[in-house]
Design a protein around this ligand. Structure first.
Ligand code: DGY
Length: 441
């Protein structure tokens, strides 16, 4: 579990302490980053590249704040929920105040919420985050009050996603945009995205490549399609059923569904501890287990995400293919096969867990979600491995995460062989994961 370890001598890779700062220095540096990225009650993921509040970033960021300042951790959740729509939808960006340095901004999204928001969602982590904050709280009275206040809003968000993204109760929810899945330019999306027609695409200028080298970011082929989907959803007024039914892009990923399943389970725990009804949540959990179970490919010994437009399993494995462990869904034998696969990847790259199968032709070790290591995914995988009893492997994943950060700094993502920090720097969720994983000095 998070926090029960230090980097282990004899483990893989350079040891923390061999190079660079001590864990105490790293915690102080991480605290500084969270404070510097605070814009007054909410954190930007990183200055420049992402100048607003992002949905799943804010969940992980709250975990980091909890190590420093519990009221501020709860405030991170309060501010991101200011973006929640009346129907329960949680948008993936809340534009608390204007910033011309990002594209596509509020004018492109054209939603009617105040504060302005995007019109698509992102992985739902809040059941899990609130449970953790509550379980580890030093100020239990504050935590109890905050959890009670957030519970109905998280419930509404989960209800929205189950109802509008799985209207036929299959147990698998769809994402309708790669940005919703969290793994923005993963090879998971390649086939589905290639079928998205380029339409209603006004001339535009990307801002991301002004902040980060283009070789580490999505391609313009991808951006044209990302924006065509936005234009399509905007034209539909973001009416959720119309969006779902007519979207040319509908994908059920092992990652998104696993994170939701875990958050459903943690929401159920919250409901029980608050004395709230649980039947509706229990039904989501049951269906979700069946849905995730249907992604298991026995021959490959892996979960495969599914393109819901063609009904086909997606060939490539990504780090999110291991998140069913975090969801507690595999049986013992399946979990063993997943762990073996992670070990196999670990023989091909120096640092676990690369975001794309290093044996895949799509593997690009420097490009965003096509190969680099991401600290938040590692955090979830390590918890899953730990809970299935793979203690050494969990320890390696945590140790690799800390070693990367301690050597390369608080980068957005890391090259899995050289350990180089890539993408944005001074990243809030990377700082938060370090605070959560490394014990106070
Ligand atoms: C971006 O702009 O790259 C974001 O990840 C999309 O939300």
């Amino acid at each position: 579990m998070a926090g029960d370890h230090g980097p282990k001598a004899g483990d893989h890779g350079p040891r923390a302490g061999d190079h660079g700062p001590t864990p105490g220095d790293s915690r102080a540096a991480a605290a500084r980053i969270l404070r510097e990225n605070d814009r007054g009650g909410f954190n930007v993921p990183t200055p420049g590249l992402y100048p607003f509040q992002w949905l799943w970033d804010s969940g992980f960021t709250a975990l980091g704040w909890a190590e420093l300042d519990e009221p501020r951790a709860w405030q991170e959740l309060e501010t991101v929920f200011l973006g929640q729509w009346p129907d329960g939808m949680l948008p993936h960006i809340v534009f608390h105040r204007p910033d011309p340095g990002y594209f596509p901004g509020p004018d492109v999204w054209g939603t009617s919420h105040d504060p302005p928001t995007s019109g698509i969602t992102q992985p739902h982590v809040f059941g899990t985050i609130v449970r953790r904050l509550l379980e580890t709280a030093r100020d239990r009275e504050l935590a109890g009050r905050q959890a009670r206040g957030l519970f109905p809003r998280i419930l509404a968000a989960h209800r929205w996603i189950h109802r509008h993204r799985d209207p036929h109760d299959t147990g698998l929810v769809a994402v309708v945009h790669p940005w919703e899945g969290g793994e923005d330019n993963s090879p998971l999306w390649d086939g589905a995205l290639a079928r998205v027609p380029i339409e209603n695409l006004a001339p535009y200028t990307r801002r991301d490549t002004g902040h980060v080298d283009a070789s580490q970011r999505p391609t313009s082929h991808e951006y044209d399609r990302y924006l065509s989907l936005v234009a399509r959803f905007r034209a539909l007024g973001y009416e959720p059923d119309a969006v779902y039914q007519t979207s040319p892009f509908r994908v059920a990923t092992a990652g998104f569904n696993s994170i939701l399943q875990r958050s459903d389970r943690d929401l159920m725990w919250l409901a029980s501890s608050l004395g709230e009804p649980t039947a509706e949540i229990e039904a989501w959990i049951e269906r979700g287990r069946t849905g995730l179970g249907s992604l298991w490919d026995e021959r490959a010994g892996a979960y495969r995400s599914r393109d819901l437009v063609t009904g086909e399993a997606i060939e490539v494995m990504t780090s999110s293919s291991f998140l069913p462990l975090f969801a507690g869904v595999p049986d013992g034998e399946q979990a063993g096969r997943l762990a073996a696969r992670i070990r196999e990847w670990g023989e091909r790259v120096r640092y676990l867990v690369p975001s794309t199968d290093p044996q895949s032709a799509a593997f690009e070790p420097r490009r965003y979600w096509r190969g680099p290591v991401w600290s938040v995914v590692n955090w979830m995988i390590a918890i899953g491995l730990e809970e299935y009893g793979f203690h050494e492997l969990a320890s390696r994943v945590r140790h690799d995460t800390l070693a990367l950060i301690e050597q390369a700094g608080f980068a957005e993502y890391f090259e899995p062989n050289t350990g180089e920090g890539l993408g944005g720097g001074s990243f809030s969720w990377t700082a938060a994961i370090l605070l959560n994983l490394s014990p106070p000095a």
